[in-house]
Design a protein around this ligand. Structure first.
Ligand SMILES: [Fe+2]
Length: 214
């Protein structure tokens, strides 16, 4: 699997450029910001011989989606989003082409992505699993997790998504977050299980009070 992690914009966002090793049909996860952000994604794709055909949105927040319209205009890429993220996405003014739900298995130009529905930060937040790599959007960060005090957030759902869905994955699963908020740009489920203070809480109540306090 081909993968590039690209830091974009003024909020430490990570966009990802993914492709099957052989077909080189590109999928961008969370394009981030227009202008320089989109230009860097396009340049990386061109250097690596990748043809961007798909955009997968981990959720609809502006810092992950502001570059979508420009990237679509330049590539004609199709937009993939979770069905429960549709109303907020519609407000952003872009059309979506493919809607997904939890446990869907997508094949995007030979790249297989498993959709894990992880509500909590937003209703239609998703994490993407492929080949031992997990792209976590704003659900899980290195040493942190997404905010749960925003419109559409639910801290108890975030607890369930983190503890019952992401921590169910093998320790060696590589974690690639939607922001560069940690000591390292990526991590593993095992390391986060041991070191992430949010994942060391021992009850829903403890998690919710820690999450809502900071
Ligand atoms: Fe977000």
């Amino acid at each position: 699997m081909y993968m590039r992690q690209i830091k974009i914009g003024h909020m430490d966002n990570f966009a990802y450029l993914l492709a099957d090793d052989f077909q080189r049909i590109g999928t961008v996860v969370d394009p981030g910001w227009p202008g320089d952000g989109v230009a860097r994604l396009m340049q990386q794709a061109e250097e690596d011989g990748v043809d961007i055909k798909y955009i997968v949105l981990t959720h609809s927040h502006n810092d992950h989606t502001a570059g979508v319209t420009e990237l679509v205009a330049k590539t004609g890429a199709e937009i993939v989003i979770h069905e429960e993220e549709l109303p907020p996405a519609a407000k952003k003014g872009f059309d979506y082409d493919i809607t997904v739900k939890g446990n869907d298995l997508l094949n995007l130009g030979g790249l297989e992505l498993r959709i894990i529905h992880t509500p909590g930060h937003s209703p239609g937040s998703i994490c993407l699993y492929s080949g031992g790599k997990l792209f976590t959007g704003d659900t899980l960060f290195v040493g942190g997790c997404g905010r749960a005090d925003l419109s559409g957030s639910d801290p108890q759902q975030l607890y369930d998504s983190l503890f019952n869905k992401l921590l169910a994955l093998p320790d060696e699963t590589e974690v690639y977050p939607g922001h560069d908020y940690g000591d390292t740009p990526s991590s593993t489920i095992g390391a986060e299980r041991q070191e992430n203070r949010f994942l060391k809480t021992r009850s829903t109540e403890d998690f919710v009070s820690l999450r809502m306090a900071v």
